[in-house]
Design a protein around this ligand. Structure first.
Ligand code: IVH
Length: 682
């Protein structure tokens, strides 16, 4: 008998799920590929949540390409071996200009007379992968491996947000089958943050973003990969059922049209001179890019001509990499000096014989913590290899063995704080000065943090003033701030009678504050503004938080063992106890109020808010934007930092947008920006 047809979900739900997926795919495309989001993170989250809830309610509606299914499979025991759709060859490469000339000659000789067009692209320094799509659906992904066989890392690749699970067919039809070559990279900011996280949890950091990308892709648990901030650029069609283009230039366009992320620095050139100019331009830009490149790739544009040239067993004859000189150097460690940072962490700093790397003279490097120094076995007097990544701050890669040379004793961390003499404590691999409010090395930073916008928001208490207050001995511990007299402040550089009074008044006004701001202002490790808000809502009073047990702390949403440990350690430190009592005698804490409002919502004006503009706005010039912002009390600044409140994104935004995302700063598109201006004007 034919089974009775039972509908597992109402058709409205099916239709809604379909629409939600299309919307989310579209917004992913705008955000990750076009860098031009049209909706806020909150709106996006709402769509995502609704889809997730519908799929939970009607599991029969689940599908592989649903945006909710990026992470979702169990860890593997090992990676399957996958044969590539076409060999993934490597590139012939050199740093010498003559070698580039010889490549060009070979090409011209093989193809005969006529103009030769090349496409030049940045040579991305990441991990090479193959992505295979069937009927537009991502079905398989693998590492390069030996070029013929790679490791199947499909589940891991699916976690990378800029790799579409389904190709877009809005602009051009999607081929029945297609395989692409892409480079998975980790952006430099993300790489530095990841290394910090690894160091904090006592693990070894990655030597460079390439290793971090490759290591993250080779995790058996896709859940781990999902937490690593990876990105991917696609640059070659490896195989396709119906070729969309006759040239690389058009192939790149086609790939963009399918929603794949293609690098934006490609160029079409016709001579060695132009190639060299491109090489020089990219080398000059190298430090500004937020991903690593190690040269340029030159490829024949005409795909038929490529076939005529063919390949050796290792590399194609139609492509060539003109590399940059390496940014590694050797030097000698002169001294290793412990330095106390703003948060009390004592960091060993290596002072080295100055050496130039890529146009920048470097003479010091952060050695992170005692475990790193021990692991690399670095001592004063040692010869070391150092490297500079995107940033100016170099890294000690390794010690160079010098047989027969007598070495000095291993570095040991001091037992007492080099700044205030307090006995240091060990926290994981870190050595920390627990004298949070009394240690002068920490104090200026703590004062500044305490007065920052998300904390007590004390107008006029910026970094410089905080430093001056501490240096001049007016503030010797955080509570001293509330005992400041205008006459004392007057003695500081840059202060007159009025401004001194204003600062003292601002401090006094800020003493009535919200509990969440106060908690955040204390600068407890791991406790950022949002955790502070959670704690404030959960505990309701400062005393309840201060006296909370480990279990009580972990009962608050999102507070794990690492955070609760830091919070407990902070309150257990007797010195902090005394200072907290003094602080509490000066402040009045207002009961928590649940709110997740955006930084500007509900405010009368844009007073004190800092904006950064990237890209071109269609409806107003930069100077007009600046004028309108300033008329409402806001400021337009040029670079994105932690104190930026909003990044306004126009057409063709630059790296500032990425920086904003890295720092979690609210991004406004032109429409939202104009609305904000209008709303405040009213
Ligand atoms: S084309 C056969 N283009 O560089 C030619 N490769 O050994 C295929 N790479 O790991 C490569 N950026 O994955 C090409 N724009 C680019 C590239 C690029 C980086 C990688 C490639 C390989 C290495 C060369």
């Amino acid at each position: 008998m034919k089974p009775k047809h039972t509908k597992k979900f109402p058709s409205e739900a099916e239709e809604r799920v379909r629409r939600l997926r299309a919307q989310i795919h579209h917004h992913d495309y705008l955000y990750y590929i076009r860098d031009a989001p049209e909706i806020s993170d909150e709106e996006y989250d709402r769509l995502f949540r609704e889809l997730h809830e519908l799929e939970e309610q009607y599991p029969a509606l689940l599908s592989q390409d649903s945006p909710t299914q990026r992470v979702g499979v169990a860890p593997l025991d090992s990676f399957p071996t996958i044969e590539h759709m076409a060999p993934m060859l490597s590139l012939d490469s050199d740093v010498k200009v003559e070698a580039l000339g010889r490549f060009d000659e070979r090409v011209r000789k093989a193809l005969g007379a006529g103009e030769i067009t090349y496409v030049t692209e940045p040579k991305l320094d990441g991990a090479s992968v193959e992505l295979v799509y069937e009927e537009g659906l991502l079905v398989r992904a693998s590492t390069r491996g030996d070029g013929r066989f790679g490791e199947g890392i499909t589940a891991n690749i699916r976690t990378i947000p800029s790799i579409p699970l389904r190709l877009r067919d809005e602009e051009r039809p999607v081929p029945l089958f297609s395989a692409f070559r892409a480079e998975v990279v980790m952006r430099i900011g993300a790489f530095e943050q990841l290394n910090e996280r690894l160091l904090e949890s006592g693990r070894s950091p990655f030597a460079n973003p390439r290793n971090a990308a490759a290591g993250s892709l080779r995790q058996l648990d896709p859940g781990v990969t999902a937490e690593r901030p990876l990105d991917a650029y696609v640059f070659e069609i490896l195989a396709v059922s119906s070729p969309p283009a006759a040239t690389q230039w058009d192939a790149l366009r086609a790939m963009r049209g399918w929603g794949l992320r293609v690098n934006e620095l490609e160029r079409r050139v016709t001579s060695v001179e132009e190639i060299l100019r491109y090489h020089a331009e990219l080398e000059a830009q190298r430090d500004e890019l937020d991903y690593e490149i190690d040269g340029i790739v030159i490829k024949l544009d005409n795909l038929t001509a490529r076939e005529r040239m063919g390949a050796t067993s290792h590399h194609p004859r139609w492509a060539y990499a003109h590399k940059f000189p390496p940014r590694k150097e050797e030097t000698r460690i002169l001294r290793i000096v412990p330095s106390v940072g703003r948060t009390g962490v004592v960091t060993p700093i290596a002072f080295m014989r100055p050496v130039e790397i890529g146009g920048v003279t470097v003479s010091r490097a952060n050695l992170h913590n005692r475990e790193e120094v021990a692991r690399k076995d670095i001592r004063e007097g040692d010869r070391v290899r150092i490297q500079r990544a995107g940033d100016v701050i170099p890294q000690v890669l390794e010690r160079i063995d010098e047989p027969g040379r007598k070495r000095t004793d291993p570095f040991v961390m001091p037992v007492h704080c080099p700044s205030c003499g307090t006995p240091l404590v060990e926290r994981g691999p870190y050595t920390v000065c627990p004298n949070v409010f009394g240690c002068l090395a920490q104090l200026a930073g703590r004062v500044w943090h305490f007065g920052s916008r998300q904390a007590l928001d004390i107008e006029g208490l910026g970094g410089e003033t905080s430093r001056a207050l501490v240096q001049e001995g007016l503030v010797r511990s955080l509570p001293d701030l509330f005992e400041l007299q205008a006459e004392q402040v007057l003695g500081l550089e840059g202060f007159a009678e009025k401004s001194a009074e204003k600062l003292v008044a601002a401090i006094s006004a800020a003493s009535q504050t919200e509990l969440a701001r106060f908690i955040y202002g204390l600068g407890i490790p791991e406790v950022g503004a949002s955790v502070a808000r959670t704690l404030s809502l959960h505990f309701g009073s400062f005393e309840a938080l201060r006296d909370a047990s480990e279990e009580a702390l972990q009962a608050a949403e999102g507070i794990g063992p690492k955070m609760s440990e830091q919070i407990l350690a902070f309150f257990r430190e007797p010195r902090n106890g005394e200072q907290l009592e003094r602080l509490l005698s000066h402040v009045q804490l207002k009961a928590p109020r649940p709110s997740t409002r955006s930084a500007a919502e509900g405010e009368e004006s844009l007073e004190g808010l800092r904006f950064v503009l990237t890209g071109r706005l269609a409806g107003m010039s930069r100077s007009e934007a600046k004028e309108r912002l300033e008329s409402l009390g806001g400021r337009l600044t040029s670079s994105v930092s932690k104190s930026t409140d909003f990044v306004v994104v126009g057409d063709s935004p630059g790296a500032k947008l990425d920086k904003a995302r890295d720092l979690g700063i609210e991004v406004l598109d032109e429409k939202a920006f104009v609305e904000l201006l209008r709303e405040k004007r009213a």
